[in-house]
Design a protein. Structure first.
Length: 223
């Protein structure tokens, strides 16, 4: 490797590490402080200066929008992987378990606080279509209870993507209980998945929820 390439690679690698640290820090601070998470707290947690943050992101909104795009990318990728499964149930289960593991509920506090970019809207539409196809396949195969909708599944993922138990143990530094907590969480996810299967003894209450529960939440109020 030439000396020039080494010089370029060093700063690029450092910038990539800083960006990863900022994104992880932003998720952690949002989880703790909600939409009021400050750029100073995010930079401090990432171990970088405010200047480094603003060199990468023009504003706090830009950082939050980028986090949303990453989350939507993860969901779209998981749904597309699910569609590659020949077995409709395995494909749906792959999507649900993958989406839960992303911990996307952490970003819920920023809903309605940032403008939805064209990129966010496009990825959300593509993800929704892929999930709806997963649900359609599962219904057609008779493996998903007929009263469950794509919105039900999205809300289930939202509820399970945060684990108060593992978060509390993390704050307490109880690494000795981490494996047991993760095992307990996986059991809860398995119980929830079984509740989606055909053959449930009771119908779901009320009317199927609509997408407005998401679209209205993310709509930024007019100022």
């Amino acid at each position: 490797m030439s000396e020039d390439r080494r010089r370029k690679r060093g700063p690029q690698a450092r910038a990539a590490r800083n960006d990863h640290a900022l994104l992880e820090a932003a998720r952690d601070v949002i989880a703790a402080e909600g939409a009021h998470a400050s750029v100073s707290a995010i930079a401090a947690r990432a171990g970088v200066g405010i200047g480094s943050l603003y060199r990468r992101y023009a504003s706090k909104d830009a950082l939050f929008q980028h986090l949303a795009v990453i989350s939507l990318d993860q969901h779209l990728h998981a749904a597309e992987e699910g569609l590659e499964h020949d077995d409709p149930w395995d494909g749906l289960a792959h999507y649900v378990t993958s989406a839960i593991s992303f911990g996307t509920a952490v970003l819920n506090p920023i809903a309605g606080t940032v403008d939805i970019t064209d990129e966010m809207a496009d990825k959300n539409t593509r993800s929704d279509r892929a999930v709806e196809e997963l649900v359609r396949r599962a219904h057609d195969a008779g493996v998903l209870r007929p009263d469950v909708t794509a919105v039900d599944i999205a809300l289930l993922i939202e509820q399970l993507s945060r684990s108060p138990l593992t978060e509390q143990l993390g704050y307490q530094g109880r690494a000795d209980l981490n494996a047991a907590a993760c095992n307990a969480r996986s059991r809860i996810v398995a119980i929830a998945l079984d509740g989606l299967r055909t053959g449930a003894p009771h119908a779901l209450p009320g009317q199927p929820p609509g997408y407005e529960l998401f679209t209205e939440r993310w709509a930024r109020p007019e100022r």
